[in-house]
Design a protein around this ligand. Sequence first.
Ligand code: GRF
Length: 221
Amino acid sequence: MLKKVNIGVLVSGSGSNLQAIINHIEDGSLDAEIRIVISNNPDAFALERCRIHHLRSVLVDHRKFDSREICDRHMIEILESSGVELVVMAGFMRILSLEFFRAFPRRIINIHPALLPAFPGTHVQHKALEYGVKFSGCTVHFADEGVDTGPIIIQSVVPVYDDDSDDTLSARILKEEHRIYPQAIQYYAEGRINFQGRKVLIDNAHRLTEQSLHNPPLTRF
Ligand code: GRF
């Protein structure tokens, strides 16, 4: 059942994922409405993007609150009074309290620039490079009380090349983030997301054509 989903976006930095969501809403390919954008960082460029696209945004500077719980309670009020159904964490660099997860059960999603469960946490593109993996990528998942541990909705895989730097790998992954995040929100808007234990199943999801990928590519076998 397709209906426009009302989202609230949490940001801390540049906001390129927010921009990808805005672009897909504006070109009509994403059935969502951004009701509010919340930043914990007054200098986040994401706030400038909101100004350019005439989106409601608010600064909730966590340093101004006595505790994480009090700060999160304030954010919960803003999101609920804005009619938010789905909370979208887009480069939001703060850990949320239990109370926040209880206020939006299975209604908070996050994007992570690695193939979870590998490389949770921060600086993950660098960690993947240092580890020497041949593929990396990004993951959209439901957020839960753990760090990058919630049920996975969609992932994208990218090759890691021998001459990659943190920047070249991060750029290749970010490009994919901007594709899978709007897709994950669209699945939610279409009501196609189901849970089976900790697994997420997408109704009528297409199957990949490629059965496998190799990096470096096979030469003979
Ligand atoms: C992205 O790589 C995202 O996966 C991570 O933080 C980065 C933020 O990017 N959580 P932006 O602010 O959306 O440009």
